[in-house]
Design a binder for this molecule. Structure first.
Ligand SMILES: Nc1nc2c(c(=O)[nH]1)N=C([C@H](O)[C@H](O)COP(=O)(O)OP(=O)(O)OP(=O)(O)O)CN2
Length: 133
């Protein structure tokens, strides 16, 4: 498999419901480093998996509406714990839809999968990988 990975970051605040989360039940902030890997069995006729510029733009598009937000107040996330895992899937679903709509400079059907990795601190990260279709 070939892969191209682009990176951005997002600054958010949120709180969690559930005793599991201990002190993180209170409102707290985080800066998440987000890596989006576009994975394909083949390169295209230009010798690329995907155009890095378009991939980076798409990542910025999905992170933009979350930046500097309290995720507890984002209507789409109402009633959800916006954990690192949850956010990996949110970002994946947006980028997979963009790929299916051929907005990333390559037919979505030519990509195998997209993997989103979020590093939530220097000690922990989570990822979600799934096909584009
Ligand atoms: N599986 C997950 N576990 C936790 C997440 C998460 O997104 N996925 N998030 C948090 C908190 O948001 C925060 O990142 C860490 O909070 P904290 O209470 O400091 O977390 P720890 O469990 O790592 O550490 P302790 O200090 O030992 O409680 C928490 N968990």
């Amino acid at each position: 498999m070939f892969a191209v990975e682009v990176r951005d970051h997002v600054m958010i605040a949120h709180s969690f419901k559930g005793d599991l989360f201990g002190p993180a039940q209170a409102l707290h902030g985080a800066t998440f480093v987000v890596d989006a890997a576009f994975i394909a069995k083949t390169m295209d006729e230009n010798g690329v998996v995907i155009d890095i510029g378009r991939a980076h733009e798409a990542l910025k598009e999905v992170l933009g509406p979350l930046n500097y937000k309290n995720l507890d107040e984002v209507p789409e996330f109402k009633g959800k714990n916006t954990t690192t895992e949850f956010l990996t899937k949110h970002i994946h679903d947006y980028l997979a839809a963009a790929a299916r709509d051929n907005r990333l400079g390559r037919q979505g059907s030519e990509l195998d999968s997209i993997r989103i990795t979020i590093s939530e601190s220097h000690v922990a990260r989570a990822w979600y990988e799934a096909s584009v279709t």
